[in-house]
Design a protein around this ligand. Structure first.
Ligand code: XUL
Ligand code: CO
Length: 437
């Protein structure tokens, strides 16, 4: 077993009055909320790419992260050692899941064959560690954006060979996700978009993307992989316009190409805000369409505006997210994946613990607050009342499809004017939320 965090004991729940920075104040895994254990509501996952491959580098400077277990080389030995350390970290943190891209865990070789061999060697260690710790894979994915071959995209590349390479890469990533018992598989459209329309045949690229996803669905069946497929919307970064720009765009694409039965959405907070939406909006769009699958939990910075992937510590944010998640019945295959990284200035290994502990506590608090708001019932009752004109009379007739324009005109000609509106009471409702925070 790795001993990278020898001085850190297992992180325990110590309650709201604890002043121990290496303890949970609110995340109490076995505590029952709305009839279910907290850990089963939240299904937390550590993102391998940020937590074990993040260096702190930014466009203006080199990496700053101190990671004594990592020799900085692309050797297989280093990759395997890193896996052992990752599982030591996750075990001490007490998270039930993790997520990874193929290239996070194993180095690329000179050929695809060699790369696949490297991946197999590391996956063997991952499987051992999963068995040793009981930590499971929430979802796997393929990195189809870092290597220069993907400069013009992967499934939407103008170069057919690059499409073929990406297909081979996803085939292998599906196989290892299946091998590791993954509960899902994510397609985030890395460079599936464009930087200028002047060189882009958008229709052709979208057709190719749909073909690619149909092939993935077909191979999933062939493999016998039962995990859930997800698409993760994001509007920009790295391209100027990503095709999977938001939940509504993804839904439209999936419906247009007959893919909707095979996919759910993985909604990320900072992607929602980049798209000019709140995450609640994106979750509602997905939830209303029956495809709210999983969440990449993080938050952005109002002043910076880009995809800063910060650990979510805002209690209002986590409360609103939990209200939507509970409303739609919670996760089945999905969970909260911390697609979040410590700041470049937070370069010590212990900062990885602080980042995750704070975010887990923020969601545990959000869960408890959302459950209390739901138990109180005033918010739900207000919404029920607000739409009560649809429960009987003309409203019920419209909803049931039992009327038409002619009848509605006759109804209104007789009445002369619509019934008066009632106040939206936004301020009152915001005050009610604050009662619970
Ligand atoms: C990029 C992003 C990805 C996906 C997985 O912004 O969120 O890390 O979550 O590819
Ligand atoms: Co993400």
């Amino acid at each position: 077993m790795a001993k990278a965090f020898a001085n850190i004991k297992k992180i325990e729940y110590e309650g709201p009055n604890s002043r121990n920075p290496l303890a949970f104040r609110h995340y109490n895994p076995d505590e029952i909320v709305e009839g279910k254990k907290m850990k089963d509501h939240l299904r937390f996952a550590v993102a391998y790419w940020h937590t074990f491959r993040g260096t702190g580098a930014d466009p203006f400077g080199l990496g700053t992260a101190i990671r004594p277990w990592d020799d900085g080389t692309a050797s297989l030995e280093n990759a395997k050692r890193r896996v052992r350390v990752a599982f030591e970290f996750m075990e001490k943190l007490g998270v039930p899941f993790y997520t990874f891209h193929d290239r996070d865990v194993a180095p690329e070789g000179k050929t695809l064959r060699e790369t696949n061999k490297n991946l197999d060697a590391v996956v063997k260690v991952m499987k051992e560690e999963q068995e040793r710790t009981g930590i499971k894979l929430l979802w796997g994915t393929a990195n189809l954006f870092s290597h220069p071959r993907y400069v013009h995209g992967a499934a939407t590349s103008c170069n057919a060979d690059v499409f073929a390479y990406a297909a081979a890469q996803v085939k292998k990533a599906l196989e290892v996700t299946h091998e590791l018992g993954g509960a899902g598989y994510v397609f985030w459209g890395g460079r599936e978009g464009y930087t200028t329309l002047l060189n882009t045949d958008m229709k052709r690229e979208l057709d190719h993307l749909a073909k690619f996803l149909h092939m993935a669905v077909e191979y999933k069946k062939q493999l016998g992989f039962k995990g859930q497929f997800y698409i993760e919307p994001k509007p920009k970064e790295p391209t100027k316009h990503q095709y999977d720009s938001d939940a509504a765009a993804c839904l439209n694409f999936l419906r247009q190409y007959d893919l909707l039965p095979h996919f759910k959405l993985n909604i990320e907070t900072n992607h929602a805000t980049l798209a000019g939406h709140t995450v609640q909006h994106e979750l509602e769009v997905a939830g209303a369409a029956g495809v709210l699958g999983s969440i990449d939990a993080n938050m952005g910075d109002d002043l910076l505006g880009w995809d800063t992937d910060q650990f979510p510590t805002n209690i209002y944010l986590t409360t609103h997210i939990m209200l939507v998640v509970l409303k739609y019945g919670g996760f089945t295959t999905g969970g909260f994946n911390f697609d979040a990284k410590v700041r470049r200035e937070s370069f010590e290994p212990i900062d990885l613990f602080y980042g995750h502990i704070g975010a887990m506590d923020a969601f545990a608090r959000g869960l408890k607050i959302a459950a209390a708001i739901r138990k109180d019932g005033r918010l739900a009752e207000f919404i029920r009342q607000r739409y009560s004109s649809w429960d009987t009379g003309i409203g019920a007739k419209i909803e049931q499809g039992k009327t038409n324009f002619v009848e509605l005109e006759a109804y209104m000609l007789k009445k002369g004017e619509a019934a008066p509106n009632t106040s939206g009471r936004q301020e009152l409702l915001e005050n009610i939320i604050n009662e619970f925070i």
